[in-house]
Design a protein around this ligand. Structure first.
Ligand code: SF4
Length: 445
C-alpha cells in the first residue's frame, strides 16, 4: 500500500467544543455497562450535568495520565456518526475523526500506534485490525456497537448464497463487499477475486469488476447497490434483488421459477437485501420541500435511489463533510444522512455563517418526519472511552473489547466468537486482499 494513501487522510474535522454544550444525548442505566465499566459510569452519572465544564475535568483525570504514559503509542479514533459529542472529545485528546475508508487505513499509516482505541461500530474496528501490523492491538470502546447493515449480512447468511451462485456461475461470480461488513464477509470477497468498497469508491470498484466481465454479488446494501448501478449505467433489467438476512442465506436457485431464474442469469449485479434504517427514511418530497426554500440538497448514497436521483449532489461521508467545510456565508444546505453527523455539520456551518438542516427535519406536521441518528454508534459514550483507556493503562482491559480480525460479535451480549489461528490466517489474508484491492482501485490515477 502506498504511503500517499494514508498521508493525505489526516486532517482535523474543524469541530469545536463550545462552552455549555450538552455532551451526551442519552444517559444509559448503570446495568447497561460492562461490569468493569460500571465504576466509571457511576461517577459519570453522578456529575451535576453534561456540559464540558463538568465532563471534561472528569475525563481529564483519567485520560491525561494515559496520554502521558502511552504517548504516540496510543491512537484514539472515532467515526463522524458518533453521537454524544464523542468526535469532539476524541479530537480533544489528540485522536482522529474519519469516515470508514480513512479509519480502515489508520493502523497501517500510524506504525507508532500500538494501542488503537476505536469509538464507533464493530465492522470499522475489524477493518482496522485486518490491516494492522503484528505489533498493533485494536480495542473498541463498546463491543455491542454494531451496524444494522452488517447484522443482516452475517457470514453464515452470505456464504451459502455465494456457494449457490458460484455453483451456477463459477469464477464469473465476484463478491463486492461494502465496508459495512464483517471481516469474514470481506474475506468472501477476497476469495472470489473481489474487493471491498465504500460509498466514496463504490462506482470505481463496480466498474473495475464489470470491466472484467464479472457477475457481481454486491453485499449488503441494496440501496447503495442500486445507486451505484445507476451511476454506472447498469440498467434495472440487469440487476437482480437477492434476499437479505436469514432469507438471503436460504434462497436456492433450484426453487426459483423459470422467469426468476432467467432474470438472475441475465443480471450483471445481484443486490443483497439489507439496508440502513437511518438512511431509508428519506423521500423525494423532502428534497422538493427544502429546495423550494433555497437549500442545496446533498444526500448519502445509502438513501433510496429516487432521492439520490432528484438531489443536487450525492456522495460519501467525506464528500458531505467537505461540502460543509467549503460552505460560504449565506449558503444553505439540506443534508440526508445520519443525525449526529448533521448536528455536527450544523455547528461547523454556523461557525462559517452558513446553514445546515437535516433533510428529514421538516417543520410541517403534514410530513410527519424527523431525522434520526445511528443508535448503535451512540452506544459509545464518555464512560466507555474513559474506562477502556484507563483499564488499558492499568493492564485490566476486558478481552471482550479486544478486536481481533475475523471475530464474530453478538451485538446483544457483546460476546465474541474467535477463529483458531489457522482459520484466522486464511480469513485475514482474504479480507486483506479485498481491502488492498479497494485501495489500489481507489488510488489509481
Ligand atoms: S448509520 Fe446505518 S450504515 Fe451507518 S453504522 Fe449506523 S446502522 Fe450502519
Amino acid at each position: 500500500m502506498s504511503t500517499r494513501t494514508v498521508e493525505h487522510l489526516f486532517r482535523p474535522s474543524g469541530l469545536q467544543i463550545e462552552p455549555g454544550l450538552p455532551i451526551c444525548q442519552t444517559d444509559f442505566p448503570l446495568d447497561w455497562y460492562q461490569e468493569e465499566f460500571k465504576p466509571y459510569a457511576e461517577e459519570y452519572l453522578a456529575l451535576p450535568d453534561r456540559t464540558p465544564e463538568s465532563v471534561l475535568p472528569w475525563m481529564d483525570r483519567y485520560l491525561e495520565p494515559a496520554l502521558k504514559e502511552f504517548g504516540p503509542r496510543l491512537l484514539l479514533l472515532a467515526h463522524y456518526y458518533m453521537g454524544g459529542e464523542i468526535v469532539k472529545l476524541v479530537e480533544r485528546y489528540g485522536g482522529r475523526v474519519a469516515d470508514s475508508y480513512e479509519l480502515a487505513l489508520q493502523a497501517r499509516g500510524n506504525t507508532q500506534a500500538e494501542l488503537i482505541v476505536e469509538s464507533a461500530v464493530h465492522f470499522m474496528a475489524d477493518a482496522i485490525a485486518t490491516l494492522a501490523h503484528p505489533h498493533q492491538q485494536v480495542w473498541i470502546t463498546n463491543p455491542r456497537a454494531g451496524c444494522t447493515l452488517e447484522m443482516y449480512a452475517k457470514e453464515h447468511q452470505v456464504a451459502p448464497a455465494v456457494e449457490e451462485l458460484r455453483a451456477r456461475y463459477g469464477d464469473e461470480l465476484m463478491v463486492i463487499a461494502y465496508m459495512n461488513t464483517s471481516g469474514r464477509v470481506k474475506a468472501l470477497a477476497g476469495a472470489t477475486g473481489g474487493a471491498v468498497c465504500t460509498s466514496g469508491n463504490a462506482q470505481k470498484v463496480l466498474q473495475w469488476a464489470l470491466a472484467q466481465k464479472k457477475k457481481v454479488l454486491f453485499v449488503p446494501d441494496q440501496n447503495l447497490a442500486e445507486v451505484v448501478c445507476w451511476w454506472s449505467g447498469v440498467a434495472p433489467e440487469l440487476q437482480f434483488q437477492w434476499g437479505g438476512g436469514e432469507a438471503g442465506g436460504q434462497m436456492r436457485i433450484a426453487r426459483m421459477g423459470a422467469e426468476e431464474r432467467a432474470r438472475l442469469d441475465a443480471a450483471r449485479v445481484i443486490r443483497w437485501g439489507s439496508s440502513c434504517g437511518v438512511h431509508t427514511i428519506f423521500k423525494p418530497a423532502m428534497v422538493d420541500y427544502w429546495r423550494a426554500r433555497g437549500y442545496r440538497v446533498l444526500v448519502h448514497p445509502e438513501s433510496p435511489l429516487p432521492v439520490v436521483q432528484v438531489a443536487d449532489g450525492s456522495g460519501s461521508t467525506r464528500y458531505l463533510w467537505s461540502a460543509v467545510e467549503a460552505a460560504k456565508p449565506g449558503d444553505k444546505l439540506a443534508i440526508a444522512t445520519e443525525g449526529h453527523f448533521v448536528k455536527n455539520a450544523r455547528a461547523l456551518a454556523r461557525s462559517r455563517g452558513a446553514e445546515v438542516v437535516h433533510l428529514a427535519d421538516i417543520p410541517d406536521p403534514t410530513y410527519q418526519s424527523i431525522g434520526c441518528g445511528c443508535a448503535t454508534m451512540s452506544r459509545n459514550d464518555p464512560p466507555h472511552l474513559v474506562a477502556i483507556v484507563d483499564l488499558l493503562r492499568k493492564g485490566h482491559a476486558p478481552d471482550a473489547n479486544r478486536v481481533i480480525a475475523g471475530d464474530v460479535v453478538d451485538e446483544t451480549t457483546g460476546a465474541r466468537e474467535r477463529l483458531s489461528a489457522d482459520e484466522r490466517a486464511e480469513v485475514v489474508a482474504n479480507a486483506r486482499r479485498a481491502l488492498e484491492r479497494m485501495v489500489e482501485i481507489t488510488e489509481r490515477r
